[in-house]
Design a protein around this ligand. Structure first.
Ligand code: FMN
Length: 179
């Protein structure tokens, strides 16, 4: 794993909020969990906000994902914002499982060593957020609007919702044009 590149600098966690949210809904973001054998997974849902006086990323992971076991063990994650050119990586990381495939190798991605968490970040992504899980809870079927239950949970597999304190947000100035 390589160290953090020189021109990757700490930024305010709100600095690229708007573009990050657009990309979340356009091509998805890449959630990475694990340090020794990090695993990227595409996410299309998530929220950034402020709770308990902390900046937070809230992400949702279904128990069937390989990522779920990793995040339960590691207790931290990074959220990586992919630029143009990483569409194939988003497709692969959103369909193949880390149980079967080394997705970093398969997608030609490089794992960078994070500053404040065990989980790696993706060097090719212009922005990444380092997050420590401070709370988790599960979607409650009996508190869910029936139309959402019907549309998204036909086979159960209710998401676990992770609240990750943003310990740091980082941007690679040389890559921001790729967003
Ligand atoms: C655009 C897109 C968004 C996705 N968003 C999520 C998500 O928010 N939560 C989730 O659990 N799975 C989501 N998935 C599915 C996982 O990325 C997919 O099942 C992946 O293969 C799981 O990888 P893993 O087994 O290595 O953890 C999404 C897939 C795509 C293509």
């Amino acid at each position: 794993m390589s160290g953090m590149a020189k021109d990757r600098k700490k930024i305010r966690w709100t600095e690229h909020y708007e573009r990050t949210m657009e990309i979340l809904t356009e091509r998805g973001l890449l959630l990475v969990v694990g340090g020794d054998r990090p695993n990227p997974m595409t996410i299309g849902w998530g929220a950034v906000g402020s709770i308990w006086g902390k900046p937070l990323w809230i992400v949702l992971v279904r128990p069937s994902r390989y990522t779920y076991g990793l995040i339960e063990k590691t207790g931290d994650f990074t959220v990586n914002v992919p630029g143009r050119g990483l569409e194939r990586a988003c497709a692969v990381c959103g369909s193949a499982s880390g149980r079967d495939v080394d997705k970093f190798a398969e997608c030609g991605l490089t794992a960078g060593k994070s500053a404040g968490v065990v989980s790696a970040f993706i060097e090719q992504c212009p922005i990444h957020y380092e997050c420590k899980a401070v709370h988790a809870n599960d979607i409650l079927p009996n508190r869910l609007a029936p139309e959402i239950a019907g549309a998204f949970y036909g086979s159960g597999d209710y998401h676990r919702v992770y609240f990750g304190e943003i310990l740091g947000a980082y941007a690679d100035a040389g890559r921001l044009g790729e967003l």
